[in-house]
Design a protein around this ligand. Sequence first.
Ligand SMILES: *[C@@H]1O[C@H](CO)[C@@H](O)[C@H](O)[C@H]1NC(C)=O
Ligand SMILES: *[C@@H]1O[C@H](CO)[C@@H](O)[C@H](O)[C@H]1NC(C)=O
Ligand SMILES: *[C@@H]1O[C@H](CO)[C@@H](O)[C@H](O)[C@H]1NC(C)=O
Ligand SMILES: *[C@@H]1O[C@H](CO)[C@@H](O)[C@H](O)[C@H]1NC(C)=O
Ligand SMILES: *[C@@H]1O[C@H](CO)[C@@H](O)[C@H](O)[C@H]1NC(C)=O
Ligand SMILES: *[C@@H]1O[C@H](CO)[C@@H](O)[C@H](O)[C@H]1NC(C)=O
Ligand SMILES: *[C@@H]1O[C@H](CO)[C@@H](O)[C@H](O)[C@H]1NC(C)=O
Ligand SMILES: *[C@@H]1O[C@H](CO)[C@@H](O)[C@H](O)[C@H]1NC(C)=O
Ligand SMILES: *[C@@H]1O[C@H](CO)[C@@H](O)[C@H](O)[C@H]1NC(C)=O
Ligand SMILES: *[C@@H]1O[C@H](CO)[C@@H](O)[C@H](O)[C@H]1NC(C)=O
Ligand SMILES: *[C@@H]1O[C@H](CO)[C@@H](O)[C@H](O)[C@H]1NC(C)=O
Ligand SMILES: *[C@@H]1O[C@H](CO)[C@@H](O)[C@H](O)[C@H]1NC(C)=O
Length: 395
Amino acid sequence: MVNATSAAAGIIGVIVLARHGDRTLYYQEPLTYRSQQAYLTSLGANQEYQLGSFLRDAYLDSNSSSHIEGINPENADMQQLRVRAEGGGGNAGVTSAYSLLQGLYPPTETAAIKLHNGSTVEAPLHGYQYIPVETIMQDGNPMLTPWIDCPYFQSHLNRTFNSSVWKDMEREAAPFLNASKPFIGSMDTNFTNMYNIYDYMNVQSTHDEGYRKALPPTFLEQARHFANMQQREVFNAQPINAIGEVAVRTLIPEMIWAMGNMTSNESPLKLALTTIDYQPFISFFNVTNATVKDPDVAGIPNYASALALEVFEGKDGEPELSLKFKNGTDDNEFRSLTMWGNDRVSLETFTTNLAYRTINNTRDWCFSCNETFSRGCFAMDFSKDPFLNPAAATY
Ligand SMILES: *[C@@H]1O[C@H](CO)[C@@H](O)[C@H](O)[C@H]1NC(C)=O
Ligand SMILES: *[C@@H]1O[C@H](CO)[C@@H](O)[C@H](O)[C@H]1NC(C)=O
Ligand SMILES: *[C@@H]1O[C@H](CO)[C@@H](O)[C@H](O)[C@H]1NC(C)=O
Ligand SMILES: *[C@@H]1O[C@H](CO)[C@@H](O)[C@H](O)[C@H]1NC(C)=O
Ligand SMILES: *[C@@H]1O[C@H](CO)[C@@H](O)[C@H](O)[C@H]1NC(C)=O
Ligand SMILES: *[C@@H]1O[C@H](CO)[C@@H](O)[C@H](O)[C@H]1NC(C)=O
Ligand SMILES: *[C@@H]1O[C@H](CO)[C@@H](O)[C@H](O)[C@H]1NC(C)=O
Ligand SMILES: *[C@@H]1O[C@H](CO)[C@@H](O)[C@H](O)[C@H]1NC(C)=O
Ligand SMILES: *[C@@H]1O[C@H](CO)[C@@H](O)[C@H](O)[C@H]1NC(C)=O
Ligand SMILES: *[C@@H]1O[C@H](CO)[C@@H](O)[C@H](O)[C@H]1NC(C)=O
Ligand SMILES: *[C@@H]1O[C@H](CO)[C@@H](O)[C@H](O)[C@H]1NC(C)=O
Ligand SMILES: *[C@@H]1O[C@H](CO)[C@@H](O)[C@H](O)[C@H]1NC(C)=O
């Protein structure tokens, strides 16, 4: 059983962001951050399944100190769950969500139903529970991958690549990148490519025994170190409503809406789960100041990492939140993190600190990015908009 030291008994609901599991090789264009998801591997499916079991122990087991009040522990109640996943490419986000759900709500004979003629039927695979996953396709909906094809984010990237912080990192990483040449195939050793270099080393050393043996012992760790540093620059910004934080600005509205549902008597929602890639974690820990007390969470989260926002009733009856994080499968602990220096914050504080300049829908995203065509913006017809299309404006 998970001994999560929750701030108070009586969790009303939980919002979980989970990273996909181990996958095949992936490539992010280093100058634009365009990418498509790869395919989940069997290892990745196991990691997600384990994460699902972990969340089950933490939130569904009625003996857990962090048990969600009123949630059905055995038979998935679709009204209590909302599951979304990043879709596109090899769909590692979607298949991760299914694997996670298999651990969260494993097959059960208790879900068998009785028919008109008295016979009992159970779903296949000993009562597999078919929980719907809403797939957010990359092409038509920017909300889970909002940094892609966003012109203002591209300007942020251009500024970042040209910044003195970046140039210092580039200098620091140069000897390592030079030494990495024999181990990264035909990849470019330009520092802008650091994330891909780390990813290549990680994927090859997980799946290829020969590669693992040949790679010098500290290389993977060094690559991770530089990739962590680099991705922090790419997906953070100052101030928090800047476009550099876009990876999380499109996720916060859903969090706030889910919290509103959980704390209202009209909605049965208890668990809202989204499977995504690593980028929003980096932005989230920055905009909530979680990295001030725990600087180590500023890096890339491992595969099958999970971040949870637990919603509970505080002392004076006001909804409060606490933040938990688990850095992948090898991390057994659901560690408590602070937000703005506090173990718990009121829902109101969370909303006040973050709701301004959230990006609530595709239309907002088009404006926030100055994009008029891709990712669904074409459907909005901005042809007469004086901001997005100054040339055509009829002031
Ligand atoms: C909770 O703990 C009690 C006492 O240890 C045990 O009898 C019961 O089976 C446990 N319930 C679950 C759901 O594990
Ligand atoms: C009862 O109905 C189901 C579905 O129509 C059918 O598959 C099953 O064979 C029936 N059982 C009996 C005992 O007739
Ligand atoms: C970013 O830099 C690239 C290459 O220097 C350039 O082609 C592109 O126009 C720039 N984009 C923006 C939005 O500044
Ligand atoms: C990069 O920064 C230098 C000054 O540090 C500036 O002169 C140059 O125009 C910048 N280049 C781009 C593409 O922003
Ligand atoms: C790059 O690595 C090679 C060996 O792989 C070494 O001979 C050379 O001195 C290195 N260059 C720099 C600039 O570190
Ligand atoms: C790395 O790539 C960027 C973008 O293409 C380029 O501006 C820069 O000169 C490259 N740096 C090196 C050391 O090749
Ligand atoms: C968030 O990221 C920005 C940009 O890198 C940085 O200036 C700021 O200190 C970070 N905030 C925290 C709390 O670490
Ligand atoms: C976006 O959503 C947030 C959170 O629900 C809300 O506070 C804000 O007013 C919304 N913004 C717009 C422009 O609708
Ligand atoms: C859940 O929240 C959404 C967004 O705020 C709202 O539109 C919806 O009506 C809520 N549902 C219930 C049942 O409260
Ligand atoms: C997760 O752990 C890895 C080491 O396994 C570390 O490099 C990374 O910074 C950690 N990420 C977070 C978000 O804690
Ligand atoms: C968040 O941390 C930054 C330092 O990185 C600090 O300037 C800011 O005041 C903090 N915000 C809050 C709300 O505590
Ligand atoms: C927004 O994009 C349009 C082209 O679609 C461009 O003309 C305009 O200058 C951009 N605005 C800003 C502030 O970059």
